[in-house]
Design a protein around this ligand. Structure first.
Ligand code: AMP
Ligand code: MG
Length: 300
């Protein structure tokens, strides 16, 4: 288990004004870790990931049997931040029947015919399920804020797009999430925080290897040119939408092993905190089951 202080450090307290400059992207998050050294920390992180993978599989079964709550995991981050790899590694032990992953790309024309939360509402996990959003409605206050011309395609009634417009979107998101929380959904939101240098390394790495070309799109390189605008949009979004019912975790993501261990630890810790139990079987049901058992035994 990762120390509570470290988890507290990366959780955005509701109302806090976030400046991503104050958050590290590397593995050396505090003096204890620095003293231990990269090798030791990495080894511990891999053990934590493995432990949590198993714990998560057990928690998921309980979540499913309990059938009241659901879990929504939201992943955001710049291109190459490691969203796909995190899903693959953290969720690898989980029964695919109780888990659904949805990636959100540029909206289709059908999706643009509705409000911005519509396509996400349709993809929400049902009771007992874990749902993962690989990108989410947060794109509507990130990429859309960086490129406001996208709003023209959204066919909105009001032409005004000042601060109030964005405040309204943050409010909509907070209310949406509060509604989900009140209806039994545990919401966990992770921002995978990488440095600009690390993104360059990852893009270069992909461009060195023909088999990795498919992972890079010219759009990623173009978006990199808007890095500072994205950071501003992220700062505003993280400051406005970390709530008691759906807090943000800023995950240092330059080292994939560190990011995965932290995310896995938060997810399992939070599901365990829900204190779920298997549904109670009534005395009448026990009697029925006993009868069925006898019947099975006596079958010819
Ligand atoms: P990827 O995650 O690499 O498959 O890329 C998906 C792309 O879709 C990213 O560039 C996102 O910024 C973009 N995207 C996701 N949601 C929206 C949205 N609501 N409006 C415009 N672009 C979006
Ligand atoms: Mg991409």
């Amino acid at each position: 288990m990762i120390k509570k202080e470290l988890i507290q450090k990366i959780m955005v307290k509701p109302g806090k004004k976030v400046d991503l400059k104050d958050y590290e992207t590397g593995w050396a998050q505090n003096d204890d870790l620095k003293k231990a050294g990269e090798g030791v920390v990495k080894e511990a992180a891999l053990r934590i990931l493995e432990h949590n993978r198993q714990a998560l599989a057990a928690s998921q079964e309980l979540l499913w049997a309990n059938g009241i709550h659901s879990v929504l995991i939201v992943l955001q981050g710049m291109d190459t931040a490691g969203k796909d790899g995190t899903i693959r590694h953290v969720m690898s032990g989980v029964n695919p029947q109780g888990c659904r992953v949805t990636g959100f790309k540029v909206p289709s024309s059908e999706e643009l015919g509705h409000n911005f939360l519509w396509r996400h509402s349709k993809a929400l996990p049902s009771r007992g399920e874990i749902g993962i959003f690989n990108r989410s409605y947060y794109e509507d206050v990130l990429v859309v804020m960086v490129h406001p011309e996208i709003l023209d395609a959204q066919r909105l009634p009001s032409a005004k797009r000042g601060d109030k417009f964005w405040e309204r979107r943050y409010d909509d998101i907070n209310s949406f999430e509060r509604h989900l929380d009140a209806n039994g959904t545990l919401i966990l939101k992770f921002f995978l925080h990488i440095s600009k240098e690390e993104q360059k390394r990852r893009l270069m790495d992909r461009l060195k290897d023909k088999e990795k070309y498919w992972k890079v799109s010219p759009a990623d390189l173009k978006e990199r040119g808007f890095w500072d605008d994205y950071i501003s949009a992220y700062n505003a979004m993280l400051s406005k939408t970390s709530t008691k019912w759906a807090p943000w975790y800023i995950i240092p993501a330059d080292y994939k092993w560190a990011a995965r261990a932290l995310i896995a630890d938060v997810i399992t810790g939070k599901i365990e905190d829900m204190d779920l139990s298997y549904p109670k079987v009534s005395d009448a049901q026990i009697e029925e089951l006993k009868k069925a058992k006898t019947q099975l035994k006596n079958e010819k």
